[in-house]
Design a protein. Structure first.
Lengths: 148, 297
């Protein structure tokens, strides 16, 4: 069974014996192009050309990028200066369960931090869209709810 | 109240708020002040006899400031003891969360308010009514249920860790045995911490909180979970782009995509039955707008 291999690999990661390491920071390099992305846990950060149509400027700006109170939801902008934030009209931090997170228009280098995943740094003049990983369990739950 | 004192505190009361930053001395004082209140929040010694004697009058002061009749004050051994006391005295104990105040557990707020009051010497009329609240935050126990005819107050915990993580015991414990358990900041139950092997597959699969489900399975043991749940391996690959390993399983609860993660965890995610390879699973998780994943952290 391959699961044993996965468990061994995770132990190797924690012991520093794997090619990837916990908390390794990364950044959007100049070589990266539109539609290239970095995953910070289950938050996908994707380079886009411009803010999608229909998004509205967030005011006041908020550092938190992902709805929810779980550890996995603790993706935060380190600071709010030098970044404009645009959000989908349905987006909110309380109960939004779609995939469209905030879009960040960066004019001054900014970093997204998380308690367990590595920091992701975005340099000017990039525009980065936050997209949430699709969740089958949540979709199933929604379907069950709609069927009631 | 045994507050630290500072040379930067103005001799004359400050009676109105002004905009402007703090100077270095005031910032240094703020650090000392916050440590004082953090220690207060993590108190692990029971209420003293002197504090207990003063308690009813301070609670009476709170009720009077809200133009309410003075209640009977009952000191309980834990927050759970307070909820039990509600039930025994005819209150709807399920509504405990509508009635509680935090006492020393809400020290974060009090550290700010008292900093302005005592370090910056801000003096405003509202502070008069704040006196009893401030005393209670330091001497009047932890959570309290504020009810019409009773005030049930929890004594301090006998154990409270500064990190919400303990592999082999509770993170919070009170003298009557009531305890709270956490793994990696996530609230869990005693079974998950102390006897994770005794969990059943049904318990794990019915768990709705994704963080708790991951912890349940990790502590139950991944190999055992997939074995006991009769999971069938469908695909496996080394993901060279991300430096991770991935496997796709079919279980009674549907398909599960298992991956290694740079944090050292082995998260599992549900995917639809149409997904037959790890690559497809990754694509499905990206959603309607596929992108080129360059790296993962």
């Amino acid at each position: 069974m391959k699961i044993a291999e996965l468990v061994q690999h995770s132990e190797d990661i924690l012991a520093g014996k794997a090619s990837i390491q916990p908390g390794q920071p990364t950044e959007f390099t100049p070589a990266m192009d539109y539609n290239d992305g970095i995953a910070q846990g289950d938050l996908n950060l994707i380079l886009v050309e411009k803010v999608p149509k229909g998004y509205v400027k967030q005011s006041p700006k908020q550092k938190k990028l992902v709805p929810g109170q779980t550890e996995g939801a603790r993706h935060f902008l380190m600071r709010l200066t030098g970044v404009e934030i645009f959000v989908h009209p349905d987006w909110n931090l309380d109960d939004y369960d779609g995939q469209n997170g905030p879009v960040l228009v960066v004019t001054k280098t900014v970093t997204i931090e998380h308690p367990t995943h590595g920091n992701v740094t975005i340099h000017p003049t990039r525009t980065v869209e936050c997209r949430y990983q699709r969740e089958w369990d949540a979709e199933q739950k929604r379907e069950r709810r709609n069927a009631d | 109240m045994n507050y630290p004192t500072f040379a930067c505190t103005p001799a004359e009361p400050v009676t109105e708020c002004k905009y402007g930053g703090l100077n270095e001395e005031q910032l240094a004082a703020a650090k000392v002040w916050s440590e004082y209140w953090i220690d207060n929040a993590f108190r692990q010694t029971p209420m003293t006899w002197e504090e207990f004697q003063e308690l009813p009058e301070r609670i009476a002061g709170l009720y009077r400031s809200g133009d309410l009749e003075v209640p009977e004050v009952v000191l309980c051994e834990s927050p759970f003891g307070c909820v039990q006391a509600m039930d025994q005295n005819g209150y709807d104990a399920t509504k405990w969360s509508d009635t509680y105040q935090g006492g020393n557990m809400w020290s974060a707020v009090e550290s700010y308010v008292t900093y302005f009051r005592h370090v910056l010497n801000l003096t405003i009329p509202e502070h008069e009514k704040y006196d009893d609240w401030e005393w209670l935050a330091q001497h009047g126990g932890g959570f309290r249920m504020m009810l019409e005819k009773h005030c049930f107050i929890s004594n301090y915990p006998t154990k409270i860790l500064r990190e919400l993580h303990c592999d082999d015991g509770p993170t919070h414990e009170w003298s009557d045995g009531f305890a709270i358990w956490h793994i990696n900041d996530i609230a869990v139950d005693e079974q998950i911490v102390m006897n994770p092997e005794s969990q059943t597959i049904e318990q794990i699969n019915k768990e709705e909180n994704a963080d708790v489900r991951t912890i349940r399975i990790e502590r139950f043991g991944w190999s055992r979970y997939l074995e006991v749940s009769d999971a069938k391996e469908i695909d496996f690959r080394d993901n060279d782009v991300e430096g991770t390993k991935e496997a796709l399983y079919a279980t009674d609860q549907g398909r599960r995509f298992v991956v290694t993660c740079p944090t050292g965890k082995v998260p599992t995610m549900g995917v639809p039955d149409e997904v037959t390879t790890c690559e497809e699973a990754q694509r499905w998780l990206q959603g309607d707008k596929p992108f080129n994943l360059i790296t993962r952290t």
